[in-house]
Design a protein around this ligand. Structure first.
Ligand SMILES: NC(=O)c1ccc[n+]([C@@H]2O[C@H](COP(=O)([O-])OP(=O)(O)OC[C@H]3O[C@@H](n4cnc5c(N)ncnc54)[C@H](OP(=O)(O)O)[C@@H]3O)[C@@H](O)[C@H]2O)c1
Length: 271
């Protein structure tokens, strides 16, 4: 599968399976199916409560650790040094692996010193517990704060779909060698119904989900659609079989209406 370089020796696949809200057997069977079909990036988080099911699915797949890419995230109340270190070790036990490819700060938290968090993550990296350090739900200003901390951030996982295209944030990330992962890439189904997306689906004779996922991947980002439906898991993977024309990628960029779906009370999007 095509990958993007996070840093030397760490390549992230451009398409992965999101697992938010997938629990128990549903989580396990979705991850098993995805691995069987060819997905190699699995996106989980401490807060999703499915590390153990992800571990079981990986074990059942028989796929070698080196061929997988695991992203997980530390919750925003666990960002002091002590909690970061203990979370890193706990995640290894829960996921039954001896390293995590990418560890993210799930949400920024202005109550906890960012430098302290990033330095603790760097400690996990030096010990080989994680391979790369990233963030999620960070604004340009949060990223500027992280750059001041002098710990290399390689990834920002943020909500991106046609009605929330976040061009300024994407440009800032590009200028600073930060790969963007688009979460909620199909806007939880909403953006599949946009007239332009429907027209492009008809033009290429492909599903609307492919049009959106290709827009993300061809724009140099990683897409992590979530599904527990086997047909959707298989179908989303087939996105990689074809590409949009450049003019169509540009047209989708213009659909932005700042339609943010994920905005919990503790978010810091005004930072
Ligand atoms: N870092 C963060 O704070 C954060 C926040 C939100 C999400 N995320 C990550 O991003 C992942 C994806 O985001 P998301 O779960 O919010 O939304 P999403 O991937 O945009 O949408 C998921 C929904 O779309 C449906 N779906 C998937 N493929 C489809 C297809 N081909 N055709 C029609 N419907 C389809 C799924 O239903 P079926 O199960 O029926 O297919 C599910 O209801 C999450 O699972 C999580 O890993 C991260």
């Amino acid at each position: 599968m095509k990958t993007l370089p996070l840093e030397e020796g760490v390549e992230i696949p451009v398409l992965g399976l999101g697992t938010w809200q997938l629990k128990g057997e549903t989580a396990q069977s979705a991850v098993e199916k995805a691995l069987e079909v060819g997905y190699r990036l699995i996106d989980t988080a401490d807060a999703y409560g499915n590390h153990k099911e992800v571990a079981l699915a990986i074990k059942n797949s028989g796929i070698k650790r080196v061929d997988l890419f695991l992203t997980t995230k530390i919750w925003q109340s666990d960002l002091n040094r002590e909690n970061v270190i203990s979370a890193g070790n706990r995640f290894l036990n829960e996921l039954e692996v001896d390293y995590i490819d990418l560890l993210l700060i799930h949400w920024p938290n202005k109550e906890i010193n960012l430098e302290e968090t990033l330095e603790a993550m760097n400690e996990l990296k030096r010990k080989g517990i994680i391979r790369s350090i990233g963030v999620s739900n960070f604004t340009i200003n949060h990223l500027k704060d992280s750059l001041n901390a002098k710990v290399r951030i390689t990834n920002n996982q943020v909500e991106i779909h046609p009605t929330l295209s976040q061009i300024d944030l994407r440009n800032f990330c590009k200028e600073n060698n930060i790969i963007v992962t688009a979460y909620s890439p199909i806007a939880q189904g909403q953006d599949l119904h946009l007239p332009l997306i429907q027209n492009l689906a008809a033009k290429y004779n492909k599903p609307p989900s492919h049009v959106i996922l290709n827009w993300i991947i061809q724009s140099g980002m990683v897409a992590i659609p979530r599904s527990s439906n086997i047909e959707h898991i298989v179908d989303n993977f087939r996105t990689l079989d074809w590409e949009l024309e450049k003019q169509d990628v540009d047209e989708i960029d213009n659909l932005n209406s700042n339609n943010r779906l994920i905005n919990p009370s503790f978010s810091e999007f005004d930072h």
